[in-house]
Design a protein around this ligand. Structure first.
Ligand code: FEO
Length: 171
């Protein structure tokens, strides 16, 4: 049985994950618009991942018999600037999500809700990976600078990313 506070915070986290999905879908659309199909692919995979994060929390609330309350999703921006700007915004957003997960974990521990604390572990690990991926791409984009060939290579690399459904990766 989840407390009201935990239920509210997890419902809010669903909304943050849904906004993340929406944000990355918007970044994918922007990338397509400026002719960076590899970036568009990377962000569409990211969109799919975020949807699974939202569903992971949804299913946890469902298993716990808690009330699921879906909230309005904010409108994301349309234009994200250069590829470097876009990834810096992505990293900043993921840092915001990491803080949100950490706050949730602090709350679960304060409430002695160990089931939720264990459930949140997966997200703690996932956030390390997400920030690390973004940092890696930012480093490459900085190295490429204004070099069109470098950007072309990064676009090609990001185009190879494939969405792996949670069941297939044993999560
Ligand atoms: Fe679901 Fe990218 O955090």
């Amino acid at each position: 049985m989840l407390s009201e506070k935990i239920t509210k915070a997890l419902n809010e986290q669903i909304n943050k994950e849904m906004y993340s999905a929406y944000l990355y879908m918007a970044m994918s659309a922007h990338s397509t618009y400026v002719g960076l199909d590899g970036f568009a692919n990377w962000f569409m995979v990211q969109y799919q991942e975020e949807m699974t994060h939202a569903m992971r929390i949804y299913n946890y609330l469902k298993e716990q018999g808690a009330r699921i309350e879906l909230q309005a999703i904010d409108q994301p921006p349309v234009d994200f600037g250069t590829p470097l700007d876009m990834f810096e915004k992505t990293l900043a957003h993921e840092q915001f999500i990491t803080k949100s997960i950490n706050d949730l974990l602090t709350l679960a521990n304060e409430e002695k809700d160990y089931a939720t604390a264990i459930f949140l572990q997966w997200f703690v690990t996932e956030q390390i990976e997400e920030e690390s991926n973004d940092n890696e791409i930012i480093a490459k984009l900085k190295l490429a600078g204004e070099d069109g060939n470098g950007l072309f290579m990064i676009d090609k690399e990001l185009g190879a990313r494939v969405f792996v459904p949670p069941a297939a990766e044993g999560k």
